[in-house]
Design a protein. Sequence first.
Length: 320
Amino acid sequence: MINLFKRVETRKGLFAVEKITLIYNLLTSILILFLFQEMDHPVQMLVDRAMIAAMTFLLMYLYRLAPCRFSAFVRIAIQMSLLSYWYPDTFEFNRIFPNLDHVFASAEQWMFGGQPAVWFCERFPQMWVSEPFNMGYFFYYPMILLVVVWYFLYRFDLFEKVSFVIVTAFFVYYLIYIFVPVAGPQFYFPAIGSDRVAQGIFPSIGDYFHHHQELLPGPGYEHGFFYNLVESSQQVGERPTAAFPSSHVGMSTVLMIMAWRGSKRLFACLFPFYLLLCGATVYIQAHYLIDSIVGFVSAFGIYILATWMFKRWFAQPMFK
């Protein structure tokens, strides 16, 4: 039985995941100052960042009062939970820049002779297709939790590294999203109309998404349990951002690499959900097919980069 409250010997100071979060915090704060006049609520964004930084240092000092596995997990889990803030935050930046969906939709049309995101859902609207794919898509966050908790319970010595690699990989994707404003088919196709999509006409819509963030119901079996779970979560947390490359595919691939390196049994359990998740990104029209392909390929480079950063900056393990 693991003693969660047994005292652990750790280095003083910030954890690796906290340091990379503060770096991302600082970089985006500088960007806010550069774009201050063009942003919708820059003061609030800067206040949020100051509060996140203050909370990070407060947690560091509180941890010193009771340095155990549980308090370490809480400290790192809070940083990982902030990803739910940093993701929609990318939209506050890229909404300023001209939308690029017409470029990616045109590239998709040229490469595949049409739109796979439209073909896929139109040819397989049945419940037995829709529900598994929506289940896979919804499994994204549980997959992150399972991998993180597995390392926490069984390879605590690698827990800091795993959390760092995951959060750093997310931040790499978020930086791309800030400067590459692509909303994806689920936002772009309704904006230009289905007739134009069918004709292969993809006009530039400029700053359309600066003022329009409506997300219409996605394709699939509308009465399905997992369909409605995905639909509800998207209505709450989705923004017209983060389509290229697909972080769902990229991050789940990073997680599968970690699962393979940690436990072949864990990898085998997650693999069916991983395949469904990758297919779902195109099926529910969250991404163009090229987004998912690049998401898969980029995952390996980002994993290597984040691992190198951890070894270069944090050669000595935090936990003993």
